[in-house]
Design a protein around this ligand. Structure first.
Ligand code: A2R
Length: 318
């Protein structure tokens, strides 16, 4: 019996490939707007494992796909509604990365507040000599009021980790989360007015585009700190650069950028920034867990007829 054909466009975690190769015929192709596939091969493909975007044109090229298993929790690169309308399942990798991303968020926050990367550079540059000390940091986490923009799976883990730091915690989401013991604000501007530290952990959607804008930044105030661990799409980078440069806010820690891997020169030059290259979930154990979930989704679909973690916009079964 011939094996089910699963397409892998572009780069994919080795652990996904190894598990898929055990059970399926894996067809790897380069990631291009139009995939390099003859019509016969394209017709045989029933599943896809992808990391990053899945352009809408690929749906046209692959008439018999049943499932697109995406590596990562955000699936903004896939038109899930379109997939759903075609009866195609999209899966992502939620939960298995919550702890890692939340840990990274706390590290980014502390590094931004206490300037540890700068202090280390200072030491490595040979500045630590008798009588010389790294300057006291302007900010402390003590007494801060942290606002979470997003209180989903990851946001909640960040909030829980913040509790022992004895900071006040508030949040903004579209709807109040009744079981969350934090102050709710129905607008992002209202949250920014109430807090001095904003952590963004929302998905990339039309509604979240550049919502951390000049107005929100100015509401945070001159001692304000912005941390973004969700998507670069959410922050107006020009407004952030201007606010940091003018001292409208105090500091920013960013893991994600609008047009990765491009980091705007203005942000690189701006004072008081900690900039890291989208490493929120990027540890070997967590990426392994994400890889296993990608593979499990495809295997569960083809062997049991039910994926493990389908996204809300697409069917959970055919
Ligand atoms: O709005 P709600 O109550 O559904 O809360 C969700 C919130 N959210 C928003 N908040 C305000 N305005 C919006 N337009 C808006 N859209 C969504 O973001 C919820 O609290 C949170 C998303 O939570 P989850 O869906 O559980 O996502 P998770 O796993 O925490 O990951 C968040 C994002 C991913 O989509 C990736 O882009 C990134 O983190 O790695």
């Amino acid at each position: 019996m011939s094996r089910i054909a699963v397409l892998v466009p572009g780069k994919m975690h080795d652990r996904v490939l190894a598990q898929l190769k055990d059970r399926f015929e894996v067809i790897s192709v380069q990631r291009k707007e139009t995939l390099d596939l003859d019509a016969e091969t394209a017709k045989r493909i029933r599943g896809v494992a992808v990391s990053g975007a899945f352009p809408a044109a690929w749906f046209e090229q692959l008439p018999n796909i049943e499932i697109v298993a995406s590596f990562g929790v955000g699936y903004d690169g896939i038109d899930a509604r379109l997939a759903g309308s075609k009866g195609i399942i999209v899966t992502n990798t939620p939960d298995v990365l919550n702890d890692e991303v939340a840990d990274t968020a706390i590290a980014l926050l502390l590094n931004t507040v206490r300037e540890l990367p700068k202090a280390e550079n200072w030491l490595r540059a040979g500045n630590w000599k008798p009588g010389a000390a790294y300057p006291l940091t302007r900010f402390s986490l003590k007494g801060r009021h942290v606002g979470l923009y997003g209180l989903g799976r990851i946001g909640l883990e960040i909030a829980r980790r913040l509790e022992p730091f004895k900071v006040k915690i508030s949040y903004h989401t579209r709807s109040r989360h009744a079981d969350a013991p934090y102050d709710y604000h129905s607008t992002l501007k209202g949250l920014a007015e109430a807090v001095d530290t904003l952590i963004a952990i929302v998905p990339k959607t039309p509604q979240t585009h550049k919502t951390v804008d000049a107005e929100v930044l100015s509401a945070l105030g001159p001692d304000g700190i912005v941390i973004n661990i969700g998507r670069g799409w959410t922050v107006d980078e020009d407004a952030l650069t201007a606010a940091l440069t003018a001292g409208t806010i105090g500091a920013a820690g960013l893991d994600v950028f609008y047009d990765e891997p491009h980091v705007p020169a203005g942000l690189l030059a701006a004072p008081n920034t900690v900039l890291v290259p989208h490493v929120g979930s990027a540890s070997i154990p967590t990426r392994n867990a994400m890889a296993d979930l990608v593979a499990r989704n495809l295997i569960a679909w083809f062997e049991q007829g039910e994926p493990v973690t389908p996204v809300a916009e697409t069917p959970a079964r055919k």
